[in-house]
Design a binder for this molecule. Sequence first.
Ligand code: G3P
Ligand code: MG
Length: 249
Amino acid sequence: MSLVLPSVIGHRGAARHAPENTLAGLRKAAEQRVPWVEFDVMLTADGTAVLHHDETLKRITGLDRPMAELTYAELAGLDAGSWFGAAFADEPVPTFEEALACLGALGLGANVEIKPTEGREVETARVAARILRRCWPASLPQPLISSFRRASLAAMQAAAPELPRGLLAEGLPDDWRAAVAELGCASVHLWRKKLTRAAVEAVKTAGFGLAVYTVNDPEEAVAFRGWGVDAIITDDPPAILAGLAAAGL
Ligand code: G3P
Ligand code: MG
């Protein structure tokens, strides 16, 4: 399983510049010339895979109901853009399939984060794997699948073993070596606030890719790249791309 991580990945699209987890966000990221985006995939109550981060729809659409209880038909008409800015009014919560078609049209690679609602870790990964196998644009490099939920990574490993996987955590877990071996992961994705130089060294010496989230300060990005981090996941791709370029990275 070969994995070449880009040095910059747009977080939830380009979350500082367009509403997160929307097609407008994917388009914005492509416009900003970031090579890959990260986004979150979860299931509606009736099993449609959509792009969304929170447990409820409140922050993004104003509707205070959990995703786990909403059907796709109920979700489909919601406005996931106005909270961010009037220019994005009526931007929908996209389905995973719509997002993949959009990536293909834009030539944008992706780190797909499986973000299951409670108890649907396996099902979410299986649905996502089925869609990826059917709809992932052949012109793009293979997507990298990450998750905080090991059950989702294991289900992905069983359903689409050919797709590279990333172990997502805050700090480097004590059992990370066993976990990446068991789940066949190609990379480890860690939170900037818990990232240490020793962790970077351990992961890189062992031959795994390393991504850090969510870094919006160019100086911090330059420092992490200096430690050996492969990919900076950021809400602000233009700032990080410019910062790394200015540092010759
Ligand atoms: O995949 C990196 C990052 O997105 C993980 O945290 O909460 O933003 O999905 P979160
Ligand atoms: Mg995420």
